[in-house]
Design a protein. Structure first.
Length: 207
């Protein structure tokens, strides 16, 4: 197997990106302003159709596994070590980060929650940019807008917004009310990831 150019740098970007992304989700979770768009979709569908039959953890794993099967047909080149790490380790890092954050702010006031949300969104976008640019695999959900954008030459930020809004819409129709953080993420995650791609991740990888 051919080792990618700048392999060590790609590994660093992947590792830091995945860990930071999980920590960002921890901040997002502690802000109490809603969940990210894909979680809105997953939690909404689970709550409407599967809550009485299986736990959310099992349902989420099944959804990711099904998406992985689809991605192996349409986005195989984007599957890699980061994909597996995202699927199996992110949840544990999120739980750890959330525990640490809540130990310092057990009952955060509105101002602290806003700070948590801002940190969560910015760090999540920066982290996503790192591990996407490293090209050692992306999450099963992140692969979808990347494939669409590159296959039909659409700007990534607009494709990402569209995918996120579809997730929010499905989750809302299923009965989960999106929070302000969910909507902020849906509209700004794509543009922010693209901004960090151009301003940091790509220059760092290619320097």
């Amino acid at each position: 197997m051919k080792i990618p150019e700048n392999f060590k740098r790609r590994v660093v970007m992947t590792t830091v990106g995945v860990v930071l992304c999980a920590i960002a989700v921890g901040f997002f979770k502690c802000s109490l302003f809603g969940v990210d768009p894909f979680q809105c979709f997953a939690q909404g569908v689970w709550g409407r159709f599967f809550k009485t039959n299986m736990s959310y953890g099992i349902f989420y794993t099944v959804v990711c596994a099904l998406m992985l099967v689809v991605d192996m047909f349409v986005a195989r080149s984007y599957m890699g070590v980061a994909t597996l790490v995202n699927m199996f380790l992110t949840g544990y890092i999120v739980d750890f980060a959330s525990g640490v954050i809540t130990s310092f702010a057990k009952e955060p006031n509105l101002a602290v929650r806003v700070v948590f949300l801002a940190v969560g969104v910015l760090v999540m976008c920066f982290a996503s940019s790192l591990y996407m640019t490293s090209n050692l695999g992306v999450s099963v959900y992140d692969a979808i807008p990347i494939v669409i954008a590159r296959k039909w030459s659409f700007p990534f930020k607009f494709v990402r917004i569209a995918c996120d809004l579809i997730c929010v819409t499905v989750g809302t129709l299923a009965g989960l009310m999106p929070g302000v953080g969910t909507l902020i993420t849906a509209f700004f995650m794509g543009p922010l990831i693209e901004f960090f791609n151009h301003s940091f991740s790509e220059p760092y990888l290619n320097r």
